[in-house]
Design a binder for this molecule. Structure first.
Ligand code: BES
Ligand code: MN
Ligand code: ZN
Length: 493
């Protein structure tokens, strides 16, 4: 996989295929110290053709009047609303506008904007890389668009910008890798396929293994085993270990991902409408795998132990049933009241394994409950934790990353919702109340000793339609990859 090339340059020193100039709604023309360009831009502004509306682009051929062949005026919206997402959205719009041009895109960093050059550069690169993604890989006659091969950040003051931008390009590539997996059809991405794709990432400091169904059974993972039992494509427990040359602390971050390669709901079958989108129910697993690969590539100085529970939740003569009582690897017994609440089951065993292998801090990432999407839509994920300082570290990293989570409560008094008459607990409540919280309460019982956090990304993990920002395509978003890499960056600093 190729990274987009990054360069930082002083104004006027480059000859890009296009130079993007950000424009706010309050300004009439973008900043440019190019006199010839300046008068053309002013004429456009006078004619009312330049407005800084977020996501609006105006392309202008320079006909030799500038070292750039084209100038793209990129609307970044109102100054008061300006944040990194606005820049990402503008960069995405520019890249999509330049689909037939490709090549080298230069972007003028603007010191009048309320974001540092570092923040602008990072957002430009992320917006360009994520905005240029297409899910149409399976079309046989897709008109190929010309990719942006190089991004040049134009700034007089260049401290640290190249490093930040290069890192953003790397991470963006892994976000798109996770999107490819989420968009992969379930006939092409079974649990075994996911294990194979992950094994390809193995490197000197990144060890990848996968447990087969028989090993999953031998270890007593009755929950993961039951969920995967109906499918001819048996479950896998995929494990990645990243050991940096030098770690900054004794922490072992356990990243746990839900990877249901297709969730039909099992015997508690889902309705037909939109069931096809349940190929994306492995997006959490893809995110932790991609993030681990990115962390290894960036050689961040923190130990990572990633455990992904991969299974296919189908209906067959070997399905687990409502009424079954399972025993998870930690010994707890679970009454199954709904086979469609399978994510918490596979995560239960994966978290146990992560603790057994030495994880000190857990973070699980999952498309866990439809109600999370009902509550927060496609932008925010819900964040739950048994430890305030671990939760705050994750929140702080998230805020810088572009992946948005919002804290939700856990409380012992929710436990009664999953009390079972027969077993230690049941896997779902028949009441239509607090489903994301109950799922998190359930998980807490399997999180073992030590800090644990849970991200329910059912909303932002897989989109039904454009989000109107830099995610303009339906399907996987790679939610969680940027968040986790930023967290690891901080823990390894
Ligand atoms: N994978 C689904 C959750 C989901 C739904 C993710 C829609 C993304 C979009 C999960 O396995 C599930 O089916 N959850 C059930 C739980 C319920 C039975 C307690 C749900 O949310 O309906
Ligand atoms: Mn389900
Ligand atoms: Zn599911």
């Amino acid at each position: 996989m190729e990274d987009v090339e990054i360069e930082v340059s002083a104004p006027g020193e480059i000859e890009p295929d296009a130079l993007a100039l950000p424009l706010t709604e309050e300004d009439s023309t973008p900043r440019s110290n190019d006199a010839q360009l300046g008068s053309r831009l002013r004429r456009l502004a006078d004619d009312g053709e330049l407005r800084g509306e977020l996501g609006k682009t105006v392309v202008l051929h320079t006909d030799g009047g500038s070292s750039a062949r084209r100038v793209v005026v990129a609307g970044v919206g109102k100054r008061a609303d300006m944040d990194a997402d606005a820049i990402r959205t503008a960069a995405s719009a520019v890249v999509r506008r330049l689909r037939d041009v490709g090549g080298t895109l230069a972007w003028l960093l603007d010191d009048s904007l309320p974001l540092s050059f570092d923040e602008q550069a990072r957002a430009v690169v992320e917006g360009a890389v994520l905005g240029g993604y297409s899910p149409a890989r399976w079309k046989t006659e897709e008109q190929p668009s010309k990719p942006i091969g190089k991004i040049v950040l134009v700034a007089a003051e260049q401290n640290g910008v190249a490093e930040t931008a290069t890192r953003a390009a790397r991470v963006g590539k892994w976000v798109n890798w996770a999107r490819d997996l989420a968009n992969s059809p379930p006939n092409e991405l079974t649990p075994a396929d996911l294990a194979t794709r992950t094994a390809e990432l193995g490197a000197e400091r990144l060890q990848v293994t996968a447990l087969e169904p028989s090993q999953i059974d031998e270890l007593g993972m009755g929950a993961l085993s039951a969920v995967g039992r109906a499918s001819a494509n048996g479950p896998r427990l995929i494990v990645l270990r990243y050991e940096p040359a030098e770690a900054k602390s004794d922490l072992v971050v356990g990243l746990v991902g839900k990877a249901i390669t297709f969730d039909a709901g099992g015997i508690s079958l889902k309705p037909a409408l939109k069931m096809y989108d349940m190929k994306g129910d492995m997006a959490g697993g893809a995110a932790v795998i991609a993030a681990t690969a990115a962390i290894a590539e960036l050689e961040l100085q923190v130990r990572i132990l990633t455990v992904v529970a991969a299974a296919e939740n189908l209906v067959s003569g070997t399905s687990f049933r409502p009424g079954d009582i399972l025993q998870a690897a930690n010994g707890k017994t679970i009454e199954i009241t709904n086979t469609d609440a399978e994510g918490r089951l596979v995560l239960a065993d994966a978290m146990w394994y992560a603790r057994r292998e030495g994880a000190t801090h857990l973070l699980d990432v999952a498309t866990l409950t439809g109600a999370m999407e009902v509550a927060l839509g496609d932008l925010y994920a819900g964040l739950f934790a048994n430890d305030d300082s671990w939760r705050d570290e994750i929140l702080a990293a998230a805020q810088a990353s572009g992946d948005h989570p919002w804290p939700f409560p856990l409380h012992r008094r929710y436990r009664r919702y999953v009390d079972s008459a027969y077993a230690d607990l049941k896997n779902s409540s028949e009441l239509r109340q607090g489903s994301p919280v109950l799922a998190a309460e359930f998980l807490r019982e399997f999180a073992g000793e030590g800090p644990w956090a849970h991200i329910d990304m059912a909303g932002p993990g897989f989109l039904e339609r454009s989000r109107g920002d830099y995610y303009t395509q339906r399907g996987g978003t790679g939610y969680g990859v940027r968040l986790i890499v930023e967290l690891a960056q901080r823990l390894g600093a």
